[in-house]
Design a protein around this ligand. Structure first.
Ligand code: ADP
Ligand code: MG
Length: 348
């Protein structure tokens, strides 16, 4: 006979059995078997991923996570030639939009409307021209920017059935500002399907927290202090308690492009076709899903510090943590009112 998992929990009679299961659920039979978190990390989307979860069966779900992430790249990655997104961009119509692509495209169109065009996945050709895409590039000529602006705007594509219809074959879509967050949501949904309720999923700093740690404390997530150089070690500015919350950060300080002494961020202002150059260094957003948090973090980077504050104050469903430089070049932070109590003060 296999060793009973329920040692120490009374199982006499049907009712007793039922009650003991209830009791186990309530107490987790913690006296006998403390819950140890499962933790693993790997690489995806050109960055790291890290999962921590509590699972009574202590399952290693890494192989499943890896294949989920690979399947996701086959839809939304610009770096995978056979991906649906790459096919859309090279006008190869042999693809069929799956539910994830459909949802990301619909979300992107909605956020483009809500942000009056600040969020715009048709920035693809501009991103490439400025050199932040998968192709090499350098500071483009004004004439090039002007002509690429003709291919930019949420009105340049629409979804019809399982296809994307573009207004011009040269229109290219770029889901980088939302896909990473979306994939964190996917992993969270996968863990929930497995019956796991307490977890932390992190892909490159885009985070989803559900439930709590085994000792009953909240998950905590660091907000990175903007670095002076892209390779500087990661330091924390603050730590946020995350309970059932999704958070994503966009920053201009790690990925940028420098030419003739000017730093160009990898976020493009679709109104001008230029990378944003204002004083906002990083925007962390908390939202109902990581996909939303990711996209709105990009919106805030386009808006700049003052408009970003106003945007967040006008939205009950969003909280934000902004880091920017003041006139003296010193770092300043702004925390939206609903987030203040979530900040853990004793971080340093
Ligand atoms: P990160 O989390 O690395 O700071 P973001 O989530 O802000 O990145 O996404 C930045 C990427 O999104 C850029 O590299 C580019 O591919 C794309 N992008 C740039 N500008 C915009 C924009 N205005 N709207 C939507 N996507 C954008
Ligand atoms: Mg983003």
């Amino acid at each position: 006979m296999s060793r009973s998992k329920h040692t120490g929990c009374n199982s006499a009679g049907r009712l007793g059995w039922f009650l003991s299961i209830l009791l186990m659920a309530a107490l987790g039979c913690q006296q006998e078997k403390p819950l140890v978190p499962v933790h693993f990390q790997g690489e995806a989307q050109g960055t790291y991923y890290a999962l921590t979860y509590y699972d009574a069966q202590h399952r290693n779900l890494q192989p499943a996570v890896d294949s989920l992430l690979r399947a996701f790249d086959l839809e939304a990655s610009l770096w995978v030639e056979q991906s649906t997104l790459s096919q859309i961009n090279r006008n190869d119509t042999s693809y069929s939009l799956g539910p994830h692509m459909q949802e990301m495209l619909q979300l992107s169109l909605r956020i483009a409307r809500e942000s009056q065009g600040a969020f715009d996945i048709t920035v693809g050709p501009l991103v490439n021209a400025w050199g932040f895409g998968f192709r090499e590039g350098r500071k483009p000529q004004q004439a090039t920017i002007d002509s690429l602006l003709q291919l930019t705007g949420a009105g340049r594509f629409r979804v019809e059935g399982d296809k994307v219809v573009k207004s011009d074959a040269r229109v290219e879509l770029d889901l980088n500002a939302i896909a990473q967050g979306y994939s964190v949501d996917l992993l969270g949904a996968f863990l929930e399907e497995q019956g796991i309720q307490n977890f932390l999923v992190d892909i490159g700093g885009e985070v989803l927290a559900r439930g709590k740690k085994a000792d009953g404390s909240d998950w905590r997530v660091g907000i990175e202090r903007p670095a002076e150089s892209p390779d500087a070690p990661r330091e924390l500015q603050d730590v946020v308690r995350l309970t059932d919350l999704a958070m994503a950060t966009s920053g201009s300080y790690r990925k940028f492009y420098e030419q003739d002494g000017v730093k160009y961020s990898h976020t493009i202002d679709p109104a001008t076709g230029y990378p944003v150059t204002h004083r906002l260094l990083s925007a962390s957003v908390m939202a109902g899903s990581v996909a939303l948090a990711d996209a709105y973090a990009t919106v805030l980077m386009v808006l700049g510090p003052e408009k970003a504050k106003a945007f967040i104050l006008g939205r009950k469903d969003l909280e934000a943590y902004l880091i920017f430089t003041n006139e003296d070049g010193a770092y300043e932070t702004w925390v939206s009112p609903g987030l203040e109590q979530q900040i853990v003060q004793d971080t340093q």
